[in-house]
Design a binder for this molecule. Structure first.
Ligand SMILES: Nc1nc2c(ncn2[C@@H]2O[C@H](COP(=O)(O)OP(=O)(O)O)[C@@H](O)[C@H]2O)c(=O)[nH]1
Ligand SMILES: [Mg+2]
Length: 231
């Protein structure tokens, strides 16, 4: 977490009441490193877009099992005056890391996030229920046994549930063991996302709020990555 405060909240309040504009630089900023985790075609990059409220993460179909977008992308987005803490407005900066699972290497992630990762976003498609406990083992190797306190689970392709007339809670109760286990374990809870609907900035808002609540639960402390293990 980075925190800059060049002027205290009281003085800022007085100035704004007197009609002075306070600039972005004078506000607190909370910077959160967010790591997207999920198989290719899970909708990982689309979740990244929802989180940053843009279209900059490349998304696309898979041709003969080869994803058209396999490169690591890191994008930052600042949301001015996004929330209040200790009585003062604060900006939120999300640094979102979208990396194909095959590139999940401790050293490269360590280089990308020397301060650690605040939130892990595990992305799963509602229509792909194959056992993915290998991904969970990967995460544990990378982040240690406490990783789930920093994790939230996002199901994409929620439009398929709607088409099938399935309520998310019914879907979850009937899904595979590893998914039900994961849903119960993650500190940030579960959400369902239809990426084919609405603008990323709009569908991303509840996700950003959920992410911020999770980080607050962890007092905005980052999870240190393990650099001593090879995956
Ligand atoms: N219908 C539908 N399509 C989606 C959804 N999320 C992602 N997609 C599509 O699924 C494909 C793979 O998504 P992408 O975000 O690139 O997956 P990634 O390989 O995990 O990064 C793209 O064509 C997306 O447009 C969703 O919620 N509903
Ligand atoms: Mg992608």
């Amino acid at each position: 977490m980075q925190r800059h405060r060049k002027m205290d909240g009281f003085l800022e309040n007085v100035l704004s009441r007197l009609g002075f504009q306070t600039t972005d630089e004078q506000r607190d900023i909370l910077v959160l490193n967010v790591l997207l985790l999920g198989d290719k075609q899970s909708g990982r990059s689309s979740v990244g877009n929802a989180l940053i409220g843009g279209q900059e993460f490349q998304t696309g179909a898979c041709v003969s099992g080869v994803s058209v977008t396999t490169e690591l992308q890191v994008l930052s987005r600042k949301f001015p005056a996004y929330f209040r803490r200790q009585g003062a407005e604060s900006d939120l900066m999300l640094r979102v890391i979208d990396t194909p699972p095959a590139k999940l290497r401790p050293q490269s992630l360590q280089d990308l996030c020397p301060d650690g990762v605040h939130v892990l976003v595990v992305v799963v498609r509602v229509d792909q229920l194959t056992d993915n406990s290998q991904l969970l083992r990967h995460i544990e190797n990378l982040c240690g046994p406490d990783w789930h306190h920093h994790a939230m689970l996002v199901f994409t392709h929620a439009d398929h549930l709607e088409k099938a007339g399935l309520q998310p809670s019914v879907y979850l109760s009937q899904s595979s063991d590893w998914l039900r286990y994961l849903a119960k374990e993650v500190g940030g809870g579960v959400s369902f996302l239809d990426n084919s609907f609405d603008w990323p900035s709009i569908r991303g808002r509840p996700l950003r709020d959920q992410l911020l609540r999770l980080s607050a639960k962890n007092h905005h402390k980052a999870l240190r990555l393990r650099s001593d293990q090879s995956l």
